[in-house]
Ligand binder design. Structure first.
Ligand code: HEC
Length: 157
């Protein structure tokens, strides 16, 4: 009898614990929908060129993801819109150099691939693009990884 009530009690604790976990993940989800919360901005009045470019890129990518979910895609001229990636002024200009350029060029090549993709390869090219975002961010700017990690799509092909 004692063992039984102990088990019931443990189960209650376990359920309460699991619920608490769910709540906290929901809260996190709400929070990371807002990019500005995932990124610490030193001076919000003076955003760097790259920071503005990145915000626009993030918004475009997030919108693209929603279109892709319904089998559609935007008509954005991605390569022209983001061609300044390598020359845009950064908050921390010491990031600049050969390694940054290598990540940047890799990304721009994949951006072109995505823009010219066949329909069959669209989702996989989109996912490869997000991998390129991640690679550079892991090296230079880990803050936004929380929101970037939400961008990949399931590829049903
Ligand atoms: C070649 C490197 C590189 C690639 C590729 C890259 N980023 Fe960034 N990103 C950066 C750097 C560096 C910053 C910080 C910019 C600054 O503060 O000047 C940044 C900033 C950001 C920010 C924060 C902007 C802000 O200040 O609020 C977001 C969001 C972001 N990137 C999303 C993305 C997404 C989404 C992709 C891919 C579609 C991507 N990035 C691809 C290097 C990169």
């Amino acid at each position: 009898m004692r063992i039984k009530s102990f088990l019931v009690l443990s189960l209650c604790f376990l359920l309460a614990f699991l619920n608490a976990c769910n709540d906290s993940t929901n809260e996190e989800k709400e929070e990371i929908l807002d990019v500005s919360k995932a990124v610490r901005i030193n001076n919000p009045n003076k955003q760097s060129e790259l920071s503005v470019l990145m915000r626009t890129l993030y918004n475009d990518t997030k919108a693209e993801r929603i279109l892709l979910l319904t089998g559609e895609h935007s008509a954005i001229d991605w390569t022209s819109k983001y061609e300044n990636l390598l020359i845009a002024k950064q908050t921390d200009e010491s990031n600049k150099g050969e390694v940054f350029d290598a990540y940047g060029n890799g990304f721009l090549i994949q951006l072109k691939e995505y823009q010219n993709t066949s329909e069959k390869e669209r989702i996989s090219n989109y996912n490869r693009l997000i991998t390129n975002c991640k690679n550079c961010h892991e090296a230079y700017c880990p803050g936004p990884l929380v929101v970037i990690n939400k961008l990949p799509l399931k590829d049903l092909n």
